[in-house]
Design a protein around this ligand. Structure first.
Ligand code: ARG
Length: 258
């Protein structure tokens, strides 16, 4: 498999070698999604996606400029060519792929519920028990995410409340205005770490990122404008190399404490 991967990278590199690159690659990201993308006190975008983006720009001999905006608005802005790429923990889904080209995946992500600690659903060990138990309850998700799409499909009797940011969603949960939240494992763990485990718990049940491709997609990928097939080829070739040479793994170990 080392051989085949190297061959794939080599052929991608060939495809990507045509056409000059723009001097600056503009990258849209949310910036409120730790540890994927955050904005530090100095206004700099940091996190796993920032590191992947910076490595990608370097590989493509371009400067990087991050543009921060709401997750839900990233695809419309890519459409409008406000930036060249989306790097925002975004999953490659069939629905989004109608509007956006996606690179090869650079990460995978599982999802999990945060629930009141005393909820009987905390210990549930199969999906159906949780989905049945959530009937009539209100669960928070980030608007426009795969998490909302998944829950809408799997738990049709649950009220799903969309939030622009995870911060707003977590404030509402903390204030008792939600019966739980559903988001990716990393941000949910970070939330629990922050508020402590007196009142809330992670569900025992982890929803694997690969468990429902229709809604949860096929891994986390870079979004590229449909018109720009050349840029997609370049991004794929560069990502392939960065995955192969360990750059992506090093960045993920730095931000996800694995
Ligand atoms: N992977 C999920 C999705 O694609 C969640 C991504 C949320 N990303 C963010 N920057 N807030 O829908």
């Amino acid at each position: 498999s080392f051989l085949s991967k190297t061959l794939i990278c080599a052929s991608l590199a060939l495809l990507g070698s045509q056409a000059a690159m723009a001097d600056t690659l503009k990258i849209g990201t949310e910036g409120g999604y730790p540890p994927w993308s955050m904005v530090d006190a100095a206004g700099k975008v940091t996190g796993f996606d920032a590191d992947v983006g910076a490595a990608l720009c370097k590989e493509l001999n371009s400067d990087c400029k991050f543009i921060v905006q709401a997750f839900d608005s990233l695809i419309p802005s890519l459409d409008a060519k406000r930036f060249d790429l989306i790097i925002s923990g975004m999953s490659y889904t069939p629905e989004r792929a109608k509007r956006v080209n996606f690179s090869i995946p650079y990460a995978v992500e599982d999802a999990i519920f945060v629930l009141p600690k005393n909820s009987e659903l905390v210990g549930a060990d199969n999906e159906q028990t949780i989905f049945d138990g959530l009937a009539g309850k209100t669960i928070g998700v980030q608007g426009g995410t795969t998490h909302g799409a998944f829950l809408t499909k799997k738990a049709p009797k649950t009220t799903i409340k969309n939030y622009e940011t995870l911060d707003q969603m977590q404030i509402d949960l903390d204030a008792g205005r939600l019966n739980g939240t559903f988001a990716d494992l990393t941000s949910q763990s970070k939330f629990l770490h922050k508020v402590g485990e007196d009142n809330f718990a992670l569900s025992k049940l982890v929803i694997k990122g690969s468990s429902d491709p229709e809604t949860l997609g096929y891994g986390i990928a870079v979004g590229i404008h449909k018109d720009n097939a050349e840029l997609k080829a370049k991004v794929d070739a560069a990502l392939c190399k960065l995955i192969d040479d360990g750059t992506v793994k090093t960045a993920s170990e730095k931000w996800f404490d694995i």
